[in-house]
Every structure is written in structure tokens, then in C-alpha cells.
Write a protein that binds this ligand. Structure first.
Ligand code: ADP
Ligand code: MG
Length: 738
């Protein structure tokens, strides 16, 4: 086994970058080549069908069977021209990743032969065998039926020989068993609520779109080294490994050029991504050695989520081609930066207005202030829920560590925006709004010239930072489905906007009465009135200081923000009365769905810790202790020989160091063994608990702490045991070979 480490290190060093050929066309030409996008629809669908599809995609019109049949026929034609033989409903179950079941187009023709067929019925709905996907008990096993249903707002695409159809995944009784169904409902809710509020400013607005631009961080590890680390292979992170003498102190990786083998991987990945219509734009090194980032141009949220899910799976495939494994785990290595997936989020209108960007006129800036403040209201009211939406057993290692957003949700606004809100809050109401003849309203809100809202003093420690024309939700984990965060955020903001509108409407008559004959806008007065109130209410969520400091934890608690750190307890926020009320009133999720999904979350949490515990137990007993003991025996042999060669006194002196090591090895291996035994006991006890919620809490409180204790001892052994015997590739090898 020891030999494997040196063998893979040797091989990794010899690997050369693959020669990646760029497609002969320009990116603008091959972009979306494998996507049945509007351009292809126009080409492959009859005119009336095409128009109907556009109406379905843009305005959510209903799709009838005849149209579905015609669309399916066009799709099949395009697909077969591109060598496709199979199709699959592609969906996002509550586990990570995506799921698919492939069927071929082939059907009996009734004459003993075969025809290729693809009807609207097959396009629109399927019944995958759903019993193997988690449902948290919504589908009792005897009616293990779940349906996947086409989401026409996300275009179908080709992977290899298969036509992939993005779908929602719902139970027989209509409950969501996936991420996409509630996401679509949340996006609908925020659209309706935001359009209503936009009408105060512009009655022409018909649709508000939620935008998402994610930034995907990841590590690359040479495939051979990866194979020699059972912990990486089975849990996605290293469960042991002493710090490398050099890690990220020098920042040389971040500022250095992209390593050649990695560059080849990136290029290859980008070609594939662009063909799949993913508008990848940015690539760079990240802070930690062997850590990188990729980001596309932002898109409509549902599409952006699908593209991220797709990209993660393409990444894994392309990495293997280049002799790498991609690590999407939020914290594959202790002691250095983890990986996140910043979710840049904003709302925009079909009239071309970015609602989170400052405008040029006082009216535009009032609208800007409205959307900023109501976003903050949503985030404030549901800060615990938002934290729950990004929490997982894996992301828990990243949050609160000294490099990632802390485990408290707060929002950084920067100096200018803070001043603007303070000004609106404090200024005399009549100062704020003055009449200016025929031009309508003039507002004493300091003009915010474009681009002036600076992102220079960006606060890297803030989990939800304003960055000029959007908010950046930074707490999202690298491995996560962004939909989870987007469901919570868009719902929270939708609710805030609905409440805002109710209160504004209620105050308009009163202002109209008061302002009669003055020419003042009662609506704007009412808006400012409500905003001033909300700016005060949501103040606790605003925090521009250092999110990593201990003082902040104390301060946040005083402000009433959620400071819980335990992952299974954080999940409880989904079942708070306020959360259920919000999701139900917006039609995003029912209490029953929320309960079922939490069962899945708790169960998943437990399973992950369980697997880590097993792997660590196995590695401790079968890899580490035997090797440490062997080294100890060598030292003992040396000790014996010394006493033969030298007089006792001299031998004692000369062997002092080895004796110390022999003792330390005994102490540490005993501690490891004891730790593993106790870990097994703790697990046995926890496994008897039937309730998933309670079990997850016990796993967190009683099982997980052993992982760190055992690791500590192993990492100390790594420092004293002969390097030639150490079986697992070390941090310096995993992090610096590329
Ligand atoms: P950073 O400096 O944080 O790396 P980038 O300029 O690379 O930021 O942008 C990160 C992501 O934010 C990209 O996907 C970009 O398209 C997206 N983005 C930019 N503006 C907006 C916006 N208004 N709404 C949503 N996403 C946006
Ligand atoms: Mg960013």
C-alpha cells in the first residue's frame, strides 16, 4: 500500500497537458449548438407552434397536447440529425446532483420492424421509478409513483447521444419531490409581487425576472492521488492530513498563471459549456493552491440553476478526461480556503430596468430604494431560514471558518447605500419630497450617479453583500443546488413586497386627503412613509464590520439574528411558523412538503456523518495504526541493537529520542483506537433513534466531535512516522501537484 502513494505521485508529476483543439467556428457560432433554443425552434417548428411556444416560455401560457406533439416532432427531428437515439427526463431530486433515466426513441412499428418515435406525451410527462429518490415519506412505498413533467422554460439539450429534457419531479398527489418545482413557484411569486410594486412607478411593466449569476469554486486533484485517498473518494473531503508547510500564505497561486494542465481542462470545459448554451465567461485561480473558479454571465434564475447543475456534471466528466478529479465539496482540506458558490442575484423588468441598480432620476432612485429596502426586509425577517437554505453537512465545515461567510446572515451595503438609507430614515419627511411644478416629484435623495455605488470597499466577510447593482449571496456552498437558496431568497423578497404593497395602498387615501390641492403624489408619500418604517425595522440585518470577529457573534445575538451553529438545528427554521406561513401564502410549498423535505435533510445529514465516521474508523484501523506500529517496531529493533553495541548508559542516551517517539506512537495509537471504539458506540446508540430530527442532532452532538479528535491524533502521527511508510498522499502532494 505504501508503494501506491509514491507510484501515483511519480505518475502525476509526469503528466502533460492534453492538447485541446478549439472548435473551428467562433464561440458566437457554436454557442448553444447542442440546445433546442429559440433559433432551432424557429427552424424546426411550424410557425404557429413556434409562436405558441414563445407564448408558453415568455408568458407562462398553457401548452395543449397538439402543440406538445408538434414540438416533440420538431425536437426529434433536430435531435436525430445530431446523432441522438435516446431521450431522458432530467430532474433535480432532493439528493445532490441530477437524475435521469434514458429511453430510446425506438418503438414497434406493428409490422415486425421498428420506428423512431417521440410523442408530445413522452415529452410532457413521464413516470420514472421514483421509489429510490428521497421523498421524506410523501410517497408511501405502496404508491411509489412520482411524475416528471416538462419545464418548457428551460430548453432541452443534447449530451452525447441523449436528448435531455429539464423536468420538475412531483409526487402522485402533486407535492414537489425536487428543487425545480418550488423554485418555479417562488419565481412566479416574486414576479407577481414585484410587478405590483413596479406599477407604482411604471404601469407598463408586465414581468419581473429574477437573475442569477453564480460563481463556481472548485479544487482539482490529480486522479491518481485521488484514488490513493479513500476518504476523498468516499466522502469528498480529506478526513485527515497535516497542514502542508507551505499552503496559501504567499497568495502565489491566486496571482500566478493558471497551471498548464488546468488551463487545458478549463478550455475543454468551456467549449462543452458553450455548446450547451452556458455562457461561461470568467476563469481564474482561487486563493487556495489547486483551487479555481468559473463564472458565467448571469441568466434568468431557473435557467441559471439548470446550467449550474449541468456544468457541475460536465466538469466531473471533463476533469477525468484530463486526469483530474474535481472536488466540489465545500471544505476538502482543513486549514485552507473552502469553496463556495456566490449567488449574484437581482430583479429586472421586461421594460429593461435593473431594480437593484440606482437610477438617474429621483423617481428611479425611490424605486431603487424600495427594492433594496424590501430585499433587506425579506432577508431580515427570514435570516434564519436563509441560513437553513444554504446549510448542509458539507457546507457546515466552511461557514464560520475564518475564510468564508460566518454562520450568521447579515447584509453589507457599503458606505453610500448606507448613507442613502440613513438619509431617508432621518430626514424630515417633507424635506424628502418637494413639489417641482410640472415635472412632478422632486425628491431630496442625494443623486446617485451611475456606477457611483462603489464596490471598492467590498466586505469579503459578508454573507449577503450589495455589490453595485445586485446582492451577492456568498454563503451558498460549492456543491449545493443554487435552487435551495433561490427558493428561500425569492420567496422572502416576494413576501416583503406583498406586505409593502398592502401597507402602501392602505396609506394612500390618507395622504391623498392630506395632500389635496398640493400636487404632491400621495403614492410616493405613502411609499416613503413605509420605507422609513422598514429601514428602521430591518436595521439589525445591516452590518458592515468584520463578520469573523467574536464581537459580531455577541452583537448579532443581541440584535435578534439567528446565531445557531448546529446544522440539524438550523434546518428547524424551515418549520418555523413564519416560514410555513410565507411559503404557503405564496404557494411555494405546503407545510406537508416542508416537513417531508426536512426529513430528507436530516436523514442526509446523518448519512453523511455516518459515512465519514465509518471511513475514518476504517482508515484508522487499517491504514494508520498498522503503519505507525510498523515504524514503532523498527525503532524498537534499533533500540535493541543500540544496547548490544553500546554500554547501557551510552545506549540510553543515544536512544532517548527514539524512545520518546516509541512512546508517543503508543499513546497516539491508543488514543485513536479508543476514539474509534467510542465513535462506534456513539453511532450504535444514535442509530437506535427512530426520529430523523433527533437522530441528526445526536449525530451532530455526539458522533461528529470524534472525527476531529481522532484526526488530531492521526495528524500528529503523520509528523513523526517515517515518510516512506506513510500510506496516504499528503497535503503538499494533493495541493501542489497539477
Ligand atoms: P466578482 O467580482 O464578484 O467575481 P463578476 O463581475 O465576475 O464578480 O460577476 C460575478 C457574477 O455576477 C457574474 O455571473 C455576473 O454575470 C453576475 N452579475 C453581474 N451583474 C449582475 C446582476 N445585476 N444580477 C445578477 N448577477 C449579476
Ligand atoms: Mg463575486
Amino acid at each position: 500500500m505504501e508503494a501506491l502513494r509514491f507510484q501515483v505521485v511519480g505518475e502525476a508529476f509526469k503528466k502533460k497537458p492534453l492538447d485541446v483543439k478549439a472548435p473551428s467556428e467562433r464561440p458566437s457560432e457554436y454557442f448553444g449548438k447542442k440546445v433546442f433554443n429559440r433559433e432551432k425552434m424557429y427552424k424546426y417548428l411550424p410557425k404557429d407552434v413556434y409562436e405558441k411556444m414563445i407564448d408558453v416560455m415568455d408568458n407562462g401560457a398553457r401548452l395543449d397536447r397538439a402543440v406538445a406533439d408538434a414540438v416533440a416532432a420538431g425536437m426529434k427531428q433536430w435531435a436525430t440529425e445530431n446523432g441522438v437515439t435516446h431521450y431522458t427526463h432530467w430532474f433535480q431530486p432532493l439528493t445532490e446532483g441530477t437524475a435521469e433515466k434514458h429511453d430510446s426513441f425506438i418503438e414497434h412499428d406493428g409490422k415486425g420492424g421498428m420506428v423512431e418515435e417521440f410523442s408530445g406525451k413522452l415529452l410532457v410527462q413521464q413516470e420514472p421509478d421514483a421509489s429510490s429518490f428521497p421523498s421524506g415519506g410523501i410517497r408511501s412505498t405502496f404508491e411509489a409513483r412520482g411524475y416528471s413533467a416538462w419545464d418548457p422554460t428551460s430548453p432541452v439539450f443534447i449530451i452525447d447521444d441523449t436528448l435531455c429534457i429539464p423536468t420538475v419531479f412531483i409526487s402522485y398527489s402533486g407535492e414537489a419531490l425536487d428543487y425545480k418545482a418550488p423554485l418555479l413557484r417562488a419565481l412566479h411569486a416574486v414576479n407577481v409581487a414585484a410587478v405590483d410594486v413596479c406599477h407604482y412607478f411604471d404601469p407598463a411593466v408586465k414581468k419581473v425576472t429574477s437573475n442569477l449569476g453564480w460563481e463556481q469554486e472548485y479544487f482539482l486533484v490529480d486522479e491518481g492521488l485521488y484514488a490513493a485517498r479513500p476518504d476523498l473518494l468516499l466522502t469528498g473531503r480529506t478526513l485527515m492530513g497535516h497542514d502542508s508547510a507551505k499552503n496559501q500564505q504567499m497568495d502565489d497561486h491566486y496571482f500566478g498563471s493558471i497551471p498548464e494542465r488546468v488551463q487545458a481542462f478549463m478550455k475543454d470545459l468551456e467549449f462543452e459549456a458553450l455548446e450547451l448554451g452556458i455562457p461561461v465567461k470568467t476563469r481564474h485561480n482561487e486563493v487556495a493552491p489547486n483551487q479555481f473558479e468559473l463564472a458565467p454571465i448571469f441568466e434568468e434564475t431557473n435557467l441559471a440553476v439548470d446550467h449550474n447543475m449541468l456544468l457541475m456534471s460536465v466538469m466531473k466528466k471533463v476533469a477525468r478526461k484530463h486526469g483530474f478529479r474535481v472536488l466540489l465539496h465545500e471544505k476538502p482540506f482543513a486549514g485552507i480556503n473552502g469553496s463556495g458558490k456566490h449567488n449574484n442575484w437581482s430583479l429586472s423588468t421586461d421594460t429593461g430596468v435593473l431594480l437593484h441598480a440606482p437610477g438617474k432620476t429621483p423617481e428611479a432612485n425611490l424605486r431603487f430604494a424600495t427594492f433594496i429596502v424590501e430585499t433587506l426586509m425579506g432577508v431580515y425577517r427570514h435570516n434564519g431560514l436563509l441560513k437553513a437554505s444554504i446549510m448542509s453537512a458539507t457546507n457546515a465545515h466552511r461557514l464560520g471558518a475564518n475564510e468564508a461567510p460566518p454562520a450568521i446572515v447579515s447584509s453589507f451595503l457599503g458606505k453610500q447605500l448606507s448613507e442613502l438609507l440613513d438619509h431617508i430614515e432621518k430626514a424630515d419627511k417633507d424635506d424628502l419630497l418637494a413639489m417641482a411644478g410640472k415635472q412632478g416629484m422632486k425628491m431630496d435623495i442625494p443623486e446617485i450617479p451611475e456606477l457611483l455605488i462603489d464596490n471598492t470597499d467590498r466586505n469579503r466577510t459578508s454573507p449577503f453583500a450589495f455589490t453595485g447593482n445586485r446582492f451577492e449571496f456568498r454563503a451558498v456552498g460549492s456543491e449545493a443546488n443554487c435552487a435551495s437558496a433561490m427558493i428561500a431568497l425569492n420567496s422572502a423578497v416576494a413576501e416583503a413586497l406583498v406586505e409593502f404593497k398592502k401597507r402602501v395602498d392602505a396609506r394612500i387615501p390618507e395622504f391623498a386627503e392630506k395632500l389635496k390641492g398640493t400636487g404632491h403624489s400621495a403614492t410616493f408619500h405613502a411609499i416613503i412613509d413605509v420605507l422609513r418604517e422598514d429601514i428602521k425595522t430591518c436595521k439589525p440585518i445591516r452590518f458592515d464590520g468584520n463578520g469573523y470577529s467574536d464581537e459580531w457573534v455577541a452583537e448579532a445575538e443581541k440584535r435578534g439574528l439567528d446565531v445557531e451553529k448546529s446544522c440539524p438545528k438550523i434546518f428547524e427554521r424551515y418549520l418555523d411558523e413564519a416560514s410555513i406561513k410565507m411559503f404557503e401564502s405564496l404557494g411555494v410549498m405546503t407545510k406537508k412538503e416542508l416537513e417531508a423535505r426536512n426529513e430528507v435533510k436530516w436523514e442526509t445529514y446523518t448519512k453523511k456523518i455516518q459515512i465519514e465516521a465509518r471511513v475514518l474508523g476504517d482508515l484508522s484501523m487499517n491504514h494508520i495504526i498498522p503503519v505507525a506500529t510498523r515504524y514503532q517496531s523498527e525503532l524498537l529493533t534499533n533500540l535493541n541493537h543500540m544496547s548490544v553495541v553500546f554500554p547501557i548508559d551510552t545506549a540510553d542516551k543515544l536512544s532517548a529520542r527514539n524512545k520518546k517517539i516509541i512512546q508517543e506512537i503508543s499513546e497516539r495509537t491508543s488514543a485513536i483506537e479508543k476514539g474509534v471504539e467510542e465513535l462506534v458506540e456513539a453511532r450504535k446508540k444514535a442509530n437506535k433513534i427512530a426520529d430523523e430530527h433527533e437522530k441528526a442532532i445526536v449525530y451532530h452532538d455526539k458522533v461528529e466531535p470524534y472525527l476531529d479528535e481522532i484526526r488530531y491524533q492521526i495528524d500528529k502521527l503523520e509528523l513523526i512516522v517515517d515518510d516512506a511508510l506513510w500510506p496516504l498522499p499528503k497535503y503538499r502532494e494533493l495541493l501542489f501537484i497539477r
